[in-house]
Ligand binder design. Structure first.
Ligand code: GLP
Length: 251
C-alpha cells in the first residue's frame, strides 16, 4: 500500500518533499539519492538549494543517480536531463561531480547493453538507492518506463510513446523518441520511494497508480508492492482518490 500525504498545493508538496530529502541527507553518512526531472520536482530542488545556502545540508558525501535521459541528445542540449540537473541542483550545491550520475544520451548503440549494466553496478557499488524520488507521467509512467514495461526491467534503452514526447517537446521540434531509463526493478530496489504529483493533469495517473489494479499497463501501480512508498501530492492531483490511507497535514 502506498502511504498518501496530501498537501494543499504544489508549493506545500515541494516543502514536504525537500524536508524528506533533507532528513535523508542528514541521517546518513553516505546518502544515495535517485532523482527525477520534469516540472514537478523543480520546487523541491529550489528548496534544497536554499537549505544548502543556509548551511542546513551538505552534499559533499551525497551520491545521486538520475532516473533517465533522452537518447541521442548531447549532455549540454538544453533539454537534456543532465543540463536540467545542472541548472536546478548540481551547479548550485557542493555535490561532487564524480558522484552525480545521469545516464549518458550519446553512448553508441552497440555499447548500450554494457553501459546500462554498468549503471546498475554503480548503484550497487554506491550501496543502493536510499531514497528514490519519482514523478509520474500522465500515462502512469515512472522514469521512462512506459505502460507495458516489465516489473522486472532493468536500466535499458526504451522507445517513448508519442504522448510522453509531446508532453515534453510539444509538436514543434524534432524530438528524441528513445531514452535510457532505470528499470522498474531497479527503482523498486530503493529502500524508500517518494512519488510526487501536482495538478489536475495528474489525477488520473495518481488514482491508477495508488488505488488501481497493480498492472504493467500502469507502471506507477508497482509502488503498491513497495514496503516504504509514500505519495506526496497536492489536492488537485488527489481529486480522484478515495483517500482511504491519507495522512494529511495537521489541521
Ligand atoms: C518525464 C520523466 C519522468 C517524469 C515525468 C513527469 O517523462 N522521465 O521522470 O516523472 O516526465 O514530468 P512532469 O513532472 O514534468 O509532469
Amino acid at each position: 500500500m502506498v502511504k498518501v500525504e496530501v498537501e494543499t498545493n504544489s508549493e506545500e508538496m515541494s516543502k514536504k518533499a525537500a524536508s524528506e530529502v533533507g532528513k535523508e541527507i542528514l541521517e546518513r553518512q553516505k546518502p544515495v539519492l535517485g532523482l527525477p526531472t520534469g516540472e514537478t520536482p523543480k520546487g523541491m530542488y529550489n528548496l534544497l538549494v536554499k537549505y544548502y545556502e543556509n548551511g542546513l545540508i551538505d552534499f559533499s558525501t551525497v551520491t545521486t543517480f538520475n532516473l533517465d535521459e533522452y537518447y541521442g541528445i548531447s549532455e549540454d542540449h538544453p533539454k537534456s536531463f543532465r543540463s536540467y540537473m545542472e541548472r536546478h541542483l548540481f551547479e548550485k550545491v557542493n555535490l561532487k561531480r564524480e558522484n552525480s550520475y545521469v545516464p549518458a544520451g550519446e553512448i553508441p548503440r552497440d555499447e548500450l547493453g554494457d553501459y546500462c549494466k554498468k549503471y546498475e553496478r554503480k548503484i550497487i557499488k554506491a550501496g543502493g538507492l536510499d531514497l528514490q524520488i519519482l514523478g509520474i507521467g500522465s500515462n502512469g509512467h515512472i522514469g521512462f518506463n512506459e505502460p507495458g514495461s516489465s516489473f522486472d526491467s532493468r536500466t535499458r534503452l526504451v522507445k517513448l510513446t508519442r504522448e510522453t514526447v509531446e508532453d515534453s517537446f510539444g509538436n514543434t521540434e524534432k524530438p528524441p523518441d528513445e531514452a535510457i531509463t532505470m528499470g522498474i526493478r531497479t527503482i523498486m530496489e530503493a529502500k524508500r520511494i517518494i512519488l510526487l504529483a501536482s495538478g489536475e493533469s495528474k489525477k488520473r495517473a495518481v488514482k491508477r497508480a495508488i488505488e488501481g489494479p497493480i498492472t504493467e499497463d500502469c507502471p506507477g501501480s508497482v509502488l503498491q508492492l513497495h514496503p516504504h512508498a509514500t505519495a506526496i501530492i497536492d489536492e488537485r492531483a488527489a481529486e480522484e482518490l478515495e483517500l482511504l490511507q491519507i495522512s494529511g497535514p495537521p489541521e
